[in-house]
Write a protein that binds this ligand. Sequence first.
Ligand SMILES: Cc1cc2nc3c(=O)[nH]c(=O)nc-3n(C[C@H](O)[C@H](O)[C@H](O)COP(=O)(O)O)c2cc1C
Length: 356
Amino acid sequence: MPSVAALAYRAARPALFSVGGGDAEAAHKWTMGRLETIDRHRPLRALTRSVCRPVSDPVSMFGVQLANRVGLAAGMAKNGEALRAWPALGFGFAEIGTVTWHAQPGNDTPRLFRLPASRAVINRMGFNNHGARALAARLRRYGDSAAALRERLGYPLGISLGKSKITPVEDAVGDYVSSLRAIRDLASYVAINVSSPNTPGLRSLQDKGFLDELVAELRDESRGVPLLVKIAPDLTHGAVDDVLDVCRERGVAGIIATNTTIGRDGIAPAERALADEAGGLSGAPLTVLARDIVRYLRAQVGSDLPIIGVGGIGSADDALAMVDAGADLVQLYSSLIFRGPAVVSETAQALKDRTA
Ligand SMILES: Cc1cc2nc3c(=O)[nH]c(=O)nc-3n(C[C@H](O)[C@H](O)[C@H](O)COP(=O)(O)O)c2cc1C
C-alpha cells in the first residue's frame, strides 16, 4: 500500500516536471523554494513530518550521532538550504555542498537533465555555490559549533568540499585547506570530494600522490573533525586500492562511494539522445556499479572503515542490497526526483528493521 507521501508526490509529479517548460533546473529551484518555505514555518515542518513519517533509528558512526541511516547526498543543498526541512522529510543526516573556497556560478545552462524512462539524471552543474565562507555564515545562524548545530537541528551535517574552478590543480591543496578552515568548527564530518566529473582535473586528485598530500594537509587542519573521501564509480580496482592505502595511512574516518559516473550504460533507448550530454550520470543506471564498488571496498577493508553507500538507491531493496554489499549508511539524491520523499522513510525503515 503506497504511503500518503508516495501518492501525493505521484499526483504532483507531472506538474513539477512541467515547471519552466520541463527544464530540470527550474524544477529544482522551484522545489528548493518550497523546501525553504517548509524550513521557515514550524506548522509546515510538522505537517511535512506527519506526511513523511521520519524513522527514528539513532546510530553512531565515526563519532557522530545520526538520526537514522539514510542521508541526503551532496549536491542538493549546495549552500546549506532548507536545513530544518531535511529531517522533516525523513533524512537522518545531510551532506551539504559541495562548496569551494571561491564563490562560483558553475557551468552554463542547461546543465541538468532528467531521464525519467531510465530513472536517471545527467548533471554538469560544476559546483555552483556561494563559497565556503558564505556557507559558514549561514550555518552560524543555527549555532557556532557542530555540536550546537546538531542539537538545534536534531541531525548532523556533513560538509562536502571541492576545488574552485579558477584554482589550478597544482594549488588545489591550499584551496581545500582554506575551505576547511572556514567550516571545520561547524561540520559533523567533512567529505573530501575528489570525484565530481564536472570540474576539470578534479578527479586526478584521486591519484595516490595528490590524494596523500591533500588528505595529509586536511588532516593537520581538521581539529579532529572526521574526514571522509568520496570516490568515483569509474575507478579501477587498482585505483581503489591506492585510495584505500592513503585512507588507512592518513586516518581517514570513512569512504563515500560513489559519485556520478561518466559511463552511459543503462540509459533507456528512448533517452539515448541525452546520453551525449556531458556530465555525470546518476540514478538507476548507477545502482549496480556503486554497489559493486562498495562490495570491493568492504572486501579490502574488513570491518574497519565506515562506508557510506550512494548511487542509484531508489527503493528499500536497493538500500538493503547496498548494506548487504558492505555499506553502514546510505545516501540518495536522484530517486527523490522520481519518487519524492516517500523513498526516504521507506529505506530508513527497511534498514532499521534489518539491523534491529
Ligand atoms: C544535480 C546533482 C548535483 C550533484 N552535486 C554533487 C556535489 O556537489 N558534490 C558531490 O559530492 N556529489 C554531487 N552529486 C552526486 C550525488 O551526491 C550522488 O553521489 C550521486 O548522484 C549518486 O547518487 P544518486 O544515484 O542517489 O543520485 C550530484 C548529483 C546530482 C544529481
